[in-house]
Ligand binder design. Structure first.
Ligand SMILES: [Fe+2]
Ligand SMILES: [Fe+2]
Length: 188
């Protein structure tokens, strides 16, 4: 299977924006924690998180191609049979015509992808932009404030309840903790 190092190289060969690389690292960490929560394959879930936006810069003017280009690149790699490619494709189903998420793996990527953005926004309003001082309560308070981090689609995140059977507060806790553990890599 593609190694973490190979996946990271594929990401950084194709993404130059530092914040986008950080976003991918945040989603990777979240996915590994969610895999641990579900006793799933942490390695495969982490790779999906790390790679999910690797073709973002290549497709920035053609959102319907986002993930399709990446899926094409991934033809050269052995991804095992854990559903990495399907999870990546499903996260952009609104644009690429793929089926919506169905499995825990696919829903985890879909929900965590969006939540990391809200948590970054919460960190950026902390003194010293420190994610270490962000609390689950503070993220919960910002959740219904639609003017805060207005680009974050709360309804996507809320799918965690029906699709993953994890209440919103617990879902935030898992993702926040995962991100706090790699605060330095996130520059937060
Ligand atoms: Fe994406
Ligand atoms: Fe993303």
């Amino acid at each position: 299977m593609i190694t973490r190092e190979e996946a990271y190289k594929l990401l950084t060969d194709n993404v130059k924006n530092k914040n986008l690389i950080r976003h991918c690292l945040a989603v990777e960490a979240s996915m590994k924690s969610l895999a641990a929560y579900f006793s799933a394959n942490e390695e495969a879930w982490g790779i999906a998180g790390l790679l999910h936006d690797a073709d973002w810069e290549a497709t920035k003017d053609t959102p319907e191609q986002h993930t399709l280009v990446l899926a094409d690149w991934l033809e050269d790699w052995d991804l095992g049979d854990e559903g990495i490619k399907e999870a990546i494709l499903a996260h952009n189903h609104f644009h690429n015509g793929h089926e919506p998420p169905q499995t825990q793996f696919e829903w985890s990527l879909y929900c965590a992808d969006e939540l990391t953005g809200l948590i970054v926004a919460c960190a950026l309003v902390q003194p010293n932009k420190n994610i270490g001082t962000v609390t689950v309560d503070s993220v919960m308070r910002k959740f219904p404030e639609s003017a805060f981090a207005a680009g974050v689609d709360r309804s996507k995140i809320q799918n965690c309840e029906a699709e993953l059977n994890i209440d919103l507060e617990s879902f935030i806790e898992i993702v926040l903790k995962a991100m706090q553990e790699i605060a330095e890599d996130l520059g937060l």
